[in-house]
Design a protein around this ligand. Structure first.
Ligand SMILES: Nc1nc2c(ncn2[C@@H]2O[C@H](COP(=O)(O)OP(=O)(O)O)[C@@H](O)[C@H]2O)c(=O)[nH]1
Ligand SMILES: [Mg+2]
Length: 257
């Protein structure tokens, strides 16, 4: 049995769940979103989840449907191997951006994140204007930002860059690390606490996956493809986006779009 607290469950969600009959309904956390179904982490492991017809029908907006990090109210079927998702619990925080599509008011990227590592790399990706845009998104989300400057092995003035971030963005949590040289990883570990959810955002190529693998100590992300049989008997491949660290932290790798 997995303890839900290790997946980030806490008093906030427990209060919302009090209205449900816990002999019928359980809770699980969305660990990946596919086109037609989800992966859900439950007390009995990671299983496929499908939203109920009623939930789908009553969802007016895309953002009403489950996103990675959401707590879902589920009922279990097929020997606890399939979850029907009836609704999601109110989000404590949500990382979202305005959508280009006028019919979709916002695009929720991840839910219930406590801390966001905004990753830039210390090569030509380093850009204070872009950093400020990411900070604005994170500040809107309700989560706390930490700026992570990766690839310090490619840069000989990392300290200067740290100072320029602190000055411009008025943020004091700024660290320089190298995922490849494995330096500064302990600085990231200092921010990671049991039951707390940390999301990684940043441009493609800055080293988010490499950092997550460095924190895990092995190449999990490249091995996180899970083959499952969906309800129609087809095999579907899912890239898990929420991973649990042995130290108790919960990491969300935001899908590049
Ligand atoms: N020199 C250097 N290269 C890195 C570092 N971290 C990641 N990389 C490389 O940058 C590339 C992109 O990394 P990846 O983790 O896939 O980036 P993502 O798109 O943000 O997930 C890969 O070739 C990594 O090996 C680092 O600290 N230093
Ligand atoms: Mg990646």
């Amino acid at each position: 049995m997995i303890n839900l607290n290790s997946l980030g469950w806490n008093e906030f969600f427990n209060n919302s769940f009090k209205n449900f009959d816990s002999s019928t309904y359980k809770c699980g956390r969305i660990s990946a979103e596919n086109k037609t179904n989800y992966l859900v982490l439950t007390e009995s492991g990671e299983i496929t989840g499908e939203v109920s017809g009623k939930y789908l029908f009553e969802s007016e907006r895309q953002s009403d449907l489950p996103k990675v990090g959401d707590w879902a109210v589920i009922t279990l079927f097929n020997n606890n191997e399939l979850a029907v998702i009836h609704q999601i619990l109110p989000r404590r925080t949500k990382i979202s951006r305005k959508s280009g599509d006028r019919k979709i008011d916002e695009q929720v990227i991840a839910a219930n994140v406590d801390l966001v590592f905004i990753v830039q790399s210390l090569d030509n990706n380093f850009n204070l204007n872009r950093l400020e845009r990411y900070l604005a998104v994170v500040n809107q989300s309700g989560a706390e930002p930490v700026v992570v400057l990766n690839k310090s092995d490619l840069c000989d003035d990392a300290d200067k860059k740290i100072e320029s971030v602190k000055e411009r963005a008025r943020i004091d949590k700024v660290v320089a690390v190298s995922a490849v040289a494995n330096t500064g990883i302990e600085l990231l570990n200092n921010f990671i606490k049991p039951g707390k959810t940390i999301a990684f955002v940043g441009s493609s190529g800055v080293g988010k996956s490499t950092l997550i693998n460095a924190l895990l100590g092995y190449d999990r992300l490249t091995k996180s493809e899970v083959r499952k049989q969906d309800s129609r008997g087809r095999h579907t491949t899912t890239r898990r986006e929420l991973v649990l660290l042995p130290s108790g932290g919960i990491l969300i790798a935001i899908r590049p779009v």
